[in-house]
Design a protein around this ligand. Sequence first.
Ligand SMILES: *[C@@H]1O[C@H](CO)[C@@H](O)[C@H](O)[C@H]1NC(C)=O
Ligand SMILES: *[C@@H]1O[C@H](CO)[C@@H](O)[C@H](O)[C@H]1NC(C)=O
Ligand SMILES: *[C@@H]1O[C@H](CO)[C@@H](O)[C@H](O)[C@H]1NC(C)=O
Length: 208
Amino acid sequence: MLHIFFLFVLLFSSSHASVQDFCVADLKGPNSPAGYICKAEANVTVDDFVFTGLSKAGNTSNLISAAVSPAFVAQFPGVNGLGLSIARLDLAPAGVIPIHTHPGASEILVVTQGKITAGFISSANSVYVKTVKRGEVFVFPQGLLHFQVNAGGRKAIAFVSFNSPNPGLQILDFALFANNLTSALVEKTTFLDPAQVKKLKGILGGTG
Ligand SMILES: *[C@@H]1O[C@H](CO)[C@@H](O)[C@H](O)[C@H]1NC(C)=O
Ligand SMILES: *[C@@H]1O[C@H](CO)[C@@H](O)[C@H](O)[C@H]1NC(C)=O
Ligand SMILES: *[C@@H]1O[C@H](CO)[C@@H](O)[C@H](O)[C@H]1NC(C)=O
């Protein structure tokens, strides 16, 4: 009798399931901390759950000799609401992903080619740094400043996954030297000398 009752509960609850299977982002709608609104299910296709953009190397002809190719919700609407996303890192021999933070997510990195020196700095200012090679994994706790540097003298590739569809990204040097925060305030708040601030603003395009 009890078994029949549970079977009934199971059937009843599954035929009236209130849990949504997915919520592919409608990128035309507003974004919020809870994500995007859902695209109408009738318009969802398998291609909403496939992202091919990470199959190609990113362009590393730039200041950092590196490329970050994100498959965050803005590029890959299928991850909306799923609590995860992924990106590809390409590092030319001199490549570096400068010190940065993802305010919204922890990050786990797996090297698929070459060697990468990866590290983060804790709130206690302890440094955790190690060189990892193909097949090895490094995890960066949420919000902490971290970096990746090519350590192998040849091209390196890694894939990084985040426990948010929208991890956010703030690069420390760009925050300090690539905007119009006045040099006087940058010097005052960083203890750097004027020549160094002028030089970095020149390289990164800051004004003021
Ligand atoms: C599905 O997409 C078509 C074409 O973009 C649109 O006209 C239609 O309103 C969409 N259906 C729903 C239910 O939103
Ligand atoms: C890579 O980026 C550089 C600098 O923006 C550009 O000149 C070059 O054409 C790009 N290469 C490819 C293959 O897109
Ligand atoms: C600095 O940039 C912001 C927007 O990026 C702008 O609103 C502001 O007027 C600028 N300030 C100066 C002093 O240029």
